[in-house]
Ligand binder design. Structure first.
Ligand SMILES: [Zn+2]
Length: 342
C-alpha cells in the first residue's frame, strides 16, 4: 500500500489520545483531491482537512491530517477515531474496483496497526447521508475485493483484451464471442487478411474473424463456416457450386469468379451471383446448355457435340439453328428455333 504524503500544513492541531474506531466518509463530490478538501475545510474555518486519508478513484491514497492528530470529520466522535474520505458521490455513483480495493487495504492496515475492529459509516454516528446510499460499506469492511477487470479495452491505437491478471493476448488467436487475432503488440486486427499456418483468414472491421461469404474490396470470398479459413477452387455452398480463384488464376486468390470459365477441357458459366449455371441459357444470340446431370460430362460443364432434348450443341457449344449439318454421317436441317426440320 502506498500512501501519498500530501505536504499540506495545518494550524494548531491536537494529538488524539486513543484510537478505537475508523469512520468512513464520502466527499459528496465526483472529483476531488486532498488539496481540494483542504481548501474547503480551511474555508470552514478549520485547521485544515478534517480527514486523515483520502482514497482516490484511481486507487491512490493521499494523506490528510497527520494520523496521530485529532480529526474533524464526525462531530462528537473525533477524539478516538480515524477518518477516511472516499473521492466521489456515492449517493449518485458506485465505487470502482481500484478505489474499493485501495480502501479495503487501508482499512485492513489501520485495523492491524491499532488492533481495532470497529468501522462505522459517518451516518451510523450522526444525522447525515454520508457516505451515501451506494457506498459499498459492507464490502469495504469485509474486505471483499472487486474482481479486477477483464475484457476489451480501447486506447488510441485500438482494441486490446485485458485478462484479469493484467496480461493480454498477443500474436495469437483468442475465441470470445467470435475468434479474434491479436498482433505482436496485443491489438486486435481488423479489416484485413491474415496468413496463418498457410491459410488465409479475414478479420472484419469489428475485429471478428469472418466466416461464410464476405465481401472485401468489391469481391466475394468464402470463409469456411467453422474455422474461418479461406476456401479456393470449386466449392458447393448452399446447394450451388462456386469457383473461388486459386493463386494461379487471374483474380486474387479466393475471389469468387463470375462469367464464363474454363477448367481443364470444359467450360462453365458462373452467374452474377457466382452460382454455377445448370441448364439452358441464351448468350450473345446463341443458346447453350450446361450439364444438369453427371452423364458423359461433369455437372455444369457446357455440352458440346451433343444431342440434348432434340437440339444439337455444336463443337463450340452453340445450339445449331438455321443451318444444315452433317452429324455422324447424317444430314440434319435445323430451323431457326433449333428444331430439326426433317
Ligand atoms: Zn462524512
Amino acid at each position: 500500500m502506498n500512501i501519498i504524503e500530501s505536504g499540506i500544513s495545518f494550524r494548531g492541531l491536537s494529538n488524539r489520545s486513543r484510537t478505537t474506531r475508523i469512520i468512513l466518509h464520502h466527499a459528496a463530490k465526483a472529483t476531488c483531491s486532498v488539496q481540494d478538501i483542504q481548501r474547503w475545510h480551511l474555508a470552514n474555518g478549520w485547521a485544515g482537512i478534517g480527514y486523515h486519508f483520502v482514497v482516490r478513484k484511481n486507487g491512490t491514497i493521499e494523506r490528510g491530517r497527520p494520523e496521530h492528530t485529532q480529526g474533524a470529520h464526525a462531530s462528537g466522535s473525533n477524539f478516538d477515531s480515524i477518518g477516511i474520505c472516499f473521492e466521489g458521490n456515492f449517493d449518485a455513483e458506485t465505487m470502482g474496483a481500484a478505489q474499493k480495493n485501495a480502501g479495503i487495504e487501508l482499512i485492513q492496515y489501520l485495523k492491524n496497526k491499532y488492533g481495532i475492529s470497529k468501522v462505522y459509516g459517518h451516518r451510523d454516528l450522526m444525522a447525515t447521508g454520508c457516505p451515501g446510499n451506494k457506498f459499498p460499506f459492507n464490502d469495504l469492511v469485509a474486505g471483499r475485493m472487486n474482481n479486477p477487470y477483464s475484457g476489451w479495452v480501447k486506447d488510441e491505437k485500438g482494441w486490446w483484451y485485458r485478462n484479469a491478471n493484467g496480461s493480454y493476448p498477443k500474436s495469437c488467436w483468442l475465441k470470445l464471442d467470435a475468434w479474434y487475432y491479436f498482433d505482436e503488440q496485443g491489438y486486435a486486427l481488423s479489416g484485413q487478411w491474415i496468413r496463418y499456418k498457410n491459410k488465409w483468414y479475414y478479420l472484419k472491421s469489428d475485429c471478428r474473424m469472418a466466416t461464410g461469404w464476405q465481401k472485401v474490396d468489391g469481391r466475394w470470398y468464402y470463409l469456411k463456416q467453422d474455422t474461418g479459413e479461406m476456401l479456393t477452387g470449386w466449392q458447393e455452398v448452399g446447394g450451388n457450386w462456386y469457383y473461388l480463384s486459386k493463386s494461379s488464376d487471374d483474380l486474387p486468390e479466393g475471389a469468387m469468379a463470375t462469367g464464363e470459365m474454363k477448367d481443364g477441357n470444359h467450360t462453365y458459366y458462373l452467374q452474377d451471383s457466382g452460382a454455377m449455371l445448370k441448364g439452358w441459357i441464351k448468350r450473345k444470340g446463341s443458346w447453350y446448355y450446361y450439364n444438369e446431370d453427371n452423364n458423359c460430362q461433369p455437372i455444369g460443364s457446357m455440352m458440346r457435340n451433343h444431342w440434348q432434348g432434340g437440339y444439337y450443341l455444336k463443337d463450340d457449344g452453340r445450339m445449331a439453328s438455321g443451318e444444315v449439318l452433317e452429324i455422324g454421317g447424317e444430314r440434319f436441317e435445323f430451323g431457326a428455333d433449333g428444331k430439326v426440320k426433317k
